[in-house]
Design a protein around this ligand. Sequence first.
Ligand code: 0X9
Ligand code: ZN
Length: 457
Amino acid sequence: MPRYRITVSGKDYDAMADLVRKHKISIAGHTVKKLAKGRYRVHAHADGAQVRALEKAGYKVKRHEDVDKAGKQRQAEFRAASKKRLAEGTQVAGVGRYLTVTEVESALSAVAAPPNDSFTELITLPQKTWEDRVCHAIKIAKGDGLGRPGIYFLGGIHAREWGSPDILINFVEQLTQAYRTSTGITIGPKKFTASQIQKIVNEKDIYVFPQANPDGRHHSMTKDPNWRKNRRPAPAGRTNPHCVGVDLNRNYDFLWDFTKYFDPSAPVRNSTNPCDPEVYIGPSPDSEPETKNVVWLFDSYPNISYFIDLHSYSEDILYTWGDDVDQTTDPNMNFQNPAYDGKRGIANDTVYKEYINRGDKAAVVKLARRMREAIKAVRGREYLVEQALSLYPTAGTSDDYAYSRHLVGPNKPKVYSYTIEWGSENNPTPFHPPYNEMQKIIQEITAALLEFCVRAT
Ligand code: 0X9
Ligand code: ZN
């Protein structure tokens, strides 16, 4: 049965929460838009029967493209651009279409090779993926020494969000070239001076892990365009193709066992069912090789104090927390306090809210606004700076895990954390927009990341 991208609006918080807890709808874009008179609107994927059931239940539903058909169209464009390139003999990565999984890896190796090798290091991640792929990250830094802040950018966790690795490859290519040649970087009207670029590389350690889920991304680019999870084999006896894989952004060790920590009526976007096509949390926290690789970088480079995970879509810059509404007044009301088990995750109640230190909140929001301004300067797109929670709480995500590390483990540094959801909900196939639009997104997010590197101290 065809599945559609839909815009669905409901009359109040409970109606929206029911989309997840009662109707089991796959929410797509992150942001829930607040409309007039208490109504809310969100993007989702649903088949015809689900659309009819929602309409019957009183929701307003607008149907957009058939997601599989439109996704196949993107794949076809990608194949056609590859053929054309081959025929023309152009092997330059990044020209005219998304990079393949292999090209992301080779582009990263090229950036780390001479003439950049005196200020870069290619890092081989310790865990091979389920399909036996080896992943790499890059460290960009000239010199070393105590007190250098580490900044960690991650991409490619969700398979269908094709553009995050492309953004990060563009970022490392631009940064290393400008540093090596002592030049500035101009992105549309936005300018970074040569001296700003020198300072980033001479005074900070930049870690970039562009493609953390290569198996999933390859599957999405060549088979099922809407694939989100990794490719962990299905449990024995399960033949439904959706029983393959874990949602890596539900697998981190932060409130992972959501059934224990959340209110049973909270609309948590997590599932214990391996056959859930979207948000299966995995058999145990940090069970996946891809998750372990992300965590390994935090453990191996303890000066990392900033983290941004790139996702799509919605044009948002999200900051911690994602499990409940932030509060800055009661430090005892926190994710580690068992007195609140079974009570978390209802956005419009006062029973539980997640504690964040007031100074930290001010600092994360300030930097998020800097990124927002950089994005806007490129071509006017206005990203929203928001708490990650939205209406739907989550557990086991990278941003919350990264910021929680210093609260859980002794001697772990504090990591200010973000998720950027690039790309507009008005793009067709917004998880992987047509490449001419993606090129513009690459520019604006590169500007945001450079601005972040300038400002994060
Ligand atoms: O749900 C997610 O994993 C992210 N959205 S996406 O559409 N790319 O899947 C958002 C994660 C935001 N962070 C938290 N909720 N903590
Ligand atoms: Zn995502």
